[in-house]
Write a protein that binds this ligand. Structure first.
Ligand code: UDP
Ligand code: MG
Length: 344
């Protein structure tokens, strides 16, 4: 398998101005890849622009990576990127953005939940002056009610807590101009809550509503625990309000404790001191203990974040980047003629 693919690290050719990059992070998506390529080609070829597909294999355990190499071998518009292991979607996405060269960059999921057919509409908004085109989900087909509810609550909470506005119900599906991508690339943080980072960049933003499809094949990589982790990440990356809450709660707890203590002293002076008071004592102790533990936990979360940031580790490690050179006759903008995709 190895030797058949001519590998080369690609630097964008001098003459080549790529109008559009489509960046797709993928993990164990072998079953959808043929369909994904098919749908993307159907949409993008008629646009008659020079485009590239930056497909980032996030250390898949199935043979998604090999399929990408095969695809890249026969299709010059495909840039196959493999990471050295599974780094998580946010890192894979960052790798894809770093390697993209297009004037406009569209990010979408491999599972076809984000319909590629909308790209044309997104490009239209881009050409009429928006640097960022956000895709807002009108519906979420095939997702359970508790996922929808928790997502809804999460976005509301996040917007209350953080100072930048992170648009509700938008995922990573979006278009960004080259300068927006370049701005994003300058954000050095390790803890990457991409939706927040996208919003932080700013720039004129256009919102398009769409209906989110069901997964075309394969399984979701998310479970409740991972989603909770992501939500926590989102909140603590973009807001220190929880720290303030910890302070306020501690203060309130202390005030209640103080008042209660004062009342007990007065009560004992007025009515003597029977042995009672044990239950209230325990109540106060557990309450204050709880407040303290919570506050320490919140502080710890931020300390931990600082710890990881100070290590300055790279976000991802590349295994290889493969792209076939354009055939000389093929280098004009419009005709990215290609043979057929490798057998599904
Ligand atoms: N993904 C990835 N790395 C991971 C997990 C997921 O690159 O560790 C990709 C996955 O292949 C898909 C996208 O991220 O293209 C969204 O994942 P998924 O569809 O599982 O999430 P959901 O749509 O259920 O939120
Ligand atoms: Mg999905």
């Amino acid at each position: 398998m190895r030797a058949e693919h001519e590998r080369q690290l690609i630097a964008p050719g001098p003459s080549a101005r790529v109008a559009l990059s489509v960046v797709i992070p993928l993990y164990n998506e072998r079953t959808v890849l043929p369909l994904l390529y098919e749908r993307l080609s159907q949409v993008l070829k008629p646009l008659a622009i020079r485009y590239e597909l930056v497909l980032v294999d996030d250390g898949s355990r199935d043979d998604s990576g090999l399929y990408l190499l095969e695809l890249a071998a026969s299709h010059p518009e495909v840039k196959a990127v493999r990471l050295s292991r599974n780094f998580g979607k946010e890192a894979a996405l960052t790798a894809g953005l770093d390697l993209s060269v297009g004037e406009a960059v569209v990010v979408l999921d491999a599972d076809l939940q984000d319909p590629p057919e909308l790209i044309e509409q997104m490009l239209a908004a881009f050409h009429s002056g928006s640097d960022i085109v956000c895709m807002k989900r009108r519906s979420r087909a095939g997702e359970s009610w508790h996922k929808r509810l928790s997502a809804h609550l999460f976005y509301r909470l996040l917007n209350i807590l953080s100072h930048i506005e992170i648009p509700a119900d938008t995922g990573d599906f979006r278009l960004m101009s080259r300068r927006a991508v370049d701005a994003l690339k300058q954000l050095p943080e390790r803890n990457r809550y991409m939706k927040g980072l996208f919003a932080w960049v700013g720039y004129p933003t256009h919102v398009i509503e769409y209906d989110r499809d069901e997964r075309a094949a394969g399984n979701t990589k998310w479970n409740a625990l991972k989603l909770f982790g992501l939500a926590f990440e989102g909140i603590t990356s973009f807001s220190v309000t929880p720290l303030r809450w910890a302070t306020v709660m501690g203060l309130l707890g202390a005030l209640v404790g103080l008042t209660f203590g004062f009342w007990i002293v007065v009560d004992a002076l007025l009515h003597g001191n029977p042995v009672g008071g044990y239950p209230s004592l325990i109540a106060v102790i557990t309450f204050l203990g709880g407040v303290q533990l919570l506050s320490i936990g919140v502080v710890g979360e931020y300390v931990g974040k600082t710890y990881f940031e100070t290590k300055q580790r790279p976000l991802y490690v590349l295994r290889d980047v493969v792209q076939s050179p354009l055939a000389p006759a093929d280098s004009s903008a419009a005709d990215q003629d290609s043979t057929h995709a490798p057998a599904p």
